[in-house]
Design a protein. Structure first.
Length: 99
């Protein structure tokens, strides 16, 4: 008899949110650096990524807690979502620490 081990939906959502926030930051920074978009559009894109990143962190933490209790699969997805969401959010935290 085969034991079914499910993949956590929280972990899938964490990976999806991370996959939205990271390219948004990378593309907006690259386009602004190449002077293809103006600063106003860059700030809008960066702010959108900064709003998605805390949501990805929250979903990743919920996914990790859920995985700890149920034993489902998805640890890699949840941890990758948490790590990359913190990387996306790090510049905003650095700017908040400036005097």
């Amino acid at each position: 008899m085969r034991i079914l081990i499910r993949t956590s939906r929280w972990a899938i959502w964490a990976r999806w949110l991370r996959s939205v926030a990271a390219p948004l930051v990378i593309i907006s920074v690259a386009l602004h650096w190449l002077r293809l978009i103006i600063s106003d559009l860059f700030l809008v894109a960066a702010l959108a990524a900064a709003l998605v990143a805390p949501l990805a962190v929250l979903v990743s933490i919920i996914a990790l807690a859920w995985l700890w209790q149920t034993g489902d699969q998805g640890w890699g997805r949840a941890l990758a979502g948490l790590l990359l969401a913190f990387c996306v959010w790090r510049p905003w935290l650095g700017m908040a620490a400036w005097p």
